[in-house]
Design a protein around this ligand. Structure first.
Ligand SMILES: Nc1ncnc2c1ncn2[C@@H]1O[C@H](COP(=O)(O)OP(=O)(O)O)[C@@H](O)[C@H]1O
Ligand SMILES: [Mg+2]
Length: 267
């Protein structure tokens, strides 16, 4: 199996668009412009990039970024072996070589000295210097870089530098409208429309609490979890507490408020 095949998405991912993001992304891809997907966790950013990679028939290499990640984790490193050392390409290097879409998920989590390694790939040079190896990789014509970014986590300590931000076009993501989100929950968990809508109503209540004790609302992902639990035979109230209330807060007052909403809606 070739590298390209290994990272190719063969089955169409289910993605329900909220606006013209597919058209906008296609135009950005045509110009191989770097794209930043901005929005809260669990609102469809990863699913969108999977869908776009499938639609454009390009391989997709995803990297979940974290604060312990180093530049070598992205570009590669020498590995010690019995009879010497062997260079191993990191995911960013592989993507540059094979012409994949490279998706760096939650890039703010990575340290800034890690983030800067993507800079030469984002401008007209489209190159990746492998300093330790002494090689300059010229990116494959199909290569594109996509990052995700959650503005909610933004703090002075943890934010992208302007010099990084200004290398990307950006698409705003948010929780879908009630009708679309109901359809997503229904499709992803096989729960019926009526109950899916009730789950969405609980999320809407919680999203109103954002900034009033909640850092982040209930995500579409959690609604799908709740639907999955209900389909597995758990009562809607218990499923909602397990998937929608417990994960997002430990504050007893907020939990009580949310549990109330759950009981009102499913009671
Ligand atoms: N627009 C959408 N179309 C289809 N599924 C969606 C959509 N938005 C969210 N989902 C569902 O929510 C889950 C979480 O979405 P994901 O793309 O992983 O979120 P993010 O990357 O923004 O954190 C997906 O696995 C999918 O079940
Ligand atoms: Mg994601």
């Amino acid at each position: 199996m070739s590298m390209q095949d290994q990272y190719q998405i063969t089955e169409e991912p289910f993605y329900y668009p909220s606006g013209n993001e597919i058209t906008l992304y296609e135009a950005a891809y045509q110009g191989r412009l770097p794209v930043m997907l901005k929005g809260p966790t669990g609102c469809g950013k990863t699913r969108f990039v999977e869908y776009m990679a499938w639609k454009l028939k390009k391989p997709l290499i995803s990297v979940a970024c974290n604060e312990d990640m180093t530049a070598s984790d992205l570009v590669g490193r020498f590995l010690l072996e019995k009879d010497g050392t062997r260079w191993q390409d990191g995911p960013l290097t592989v993507a540059s070589r094979i012409g994949a879409i490279c998706y760096l998920d939650e890039v703010v989590e990575a340290r800034q000295d890690t983030t800067v390694v993507i800079h030469p790939l984002t401008d007209h040079r489209r190159v990746l210097p492998l300093d330790k190896k002494g090689e300059l990789v010229v990116a494959h014509p199909d290569f594109q870089i996509v990052i995700s970014y959650n503005p909610g986590y933004q703090s002075l300590m943890k934010d992208l530098k302007q010099s990084t931000k200004q290398r990307f076009t950006a698409l705003d993501f948010d929780y879908p409208s009630e009708e679309i989100e109901t359809n997503i929950v229904c499709k992803e968990s096989n729960l019926d429309i009526e109950q899916s809508k009730k789950l969405v109503h609980i999320a809407q209540r919680a999203r109103n609490l954002k900034g009033h004790g909640l850092d982040e609302g209930i995500s579409t992902r959690l609604l799908v979890y709740a639907g999955t639990l209900i389909k597995a035979g758990i009562s809607p109230i218990e499923a909602s507490k397990m998937a929608l209330v417990c994960p997002i807060t430990d504050d007893p007052d907020i939990r009580a408020t949310l549990n109330n909403a759950v009981e009102m809606i499913f009671g």
